[in-house]
Design a binder for this molecule. Sequence first.
Ligand code: ATP
Length: 298
Amino acid sequence: MIQITLPLGFLGTVYREIRQALVDMGQMFGLLAQPAEVKDKPGAPELKVGGGEVVFDSVQFGYDPERIILKGISLTVAAGETVALVGPSGSGKSTIGRLLFRFYDVNAGAVRIDGQDLRDVTQDSLHARIGVVPQDTVLFNDTVFYNIAYGRPDASREEVEAAARAAKIHDFIQGLPEGYETKVGERGLKLSGGEKQRVGIARTLLKNPPILLLDEATSALDTQTERDIQDSLKEMGQGRTVITIAHRLSTIADADRIVVLEEGRIIEEGRHDALLAQGGRYAAMWARQSSEEEEEAA
Ligand code: ATP
């Protein structure tokens, strides 16, 4: 990522916020350049989030009108609920995340947060209310402090430290040669995958969004680190509405609800145990993944 320093403070802040949203989402969904096809309506109000209920109401969507990807998704994520999206590669999990962020508009149906159609509110206010924790947090060639404060550039030193404490990275940072002033990133100290994730968690905690979109890491971390990170993510999810895009099933077994997608449709949903007992697609995916993990461990 190329660092550009803008001399104008105000513009710099706006620019950083936009860049943050785009960098995080870009990371999350492998998008580099987004078509600027989505625009705010003139005079659109800001999104007002109370509990943070997310509704996909009969959503149809295709990147290309000839090829419909989401074929009528109806999904209500209650305020404070944690829902995990699972399904084969290409089934539409990330697309649902992109629509929640309104990178694209739906072809039919609607996406609503607390009753407000995303097309009717400003994108800035929408992006400010959704925290994204990508698989791989981008670190800038700057201090640890900057990298965490990036979640909210006007945050005080105390607030940044509180976020780092909650993300369980404060002690590690204190032990660095220059503490919070230590330079990290490509041209500074290299952090491990787990440490980077914790910086990402601290960043998001600082932003304090009511809605979280998590793109679960595939396999970059060792098991213990991953468990610790999962615990931190779970803690962060308390009192927030969470949508997790899951690539592996082992980490989402305790989600409030698991939604199984296939070819752009919801084919099963329920809690882990209920889905296993049902003996359907999820149960088959679980059995397959468990045996693969056993093979890897052998
Ligand atoms: P994975 O687990 O592999 O990340 P996924 O379930 O998240 O998969 P999506 O990324 O939502 O799947 O993709 C759903 C479908 O949409 C795929 O067939 C994909 O090829 C297509 N698709 C994704 N992004 C674009 C795009 N920018 N333009 C056109 N088609 C796209």
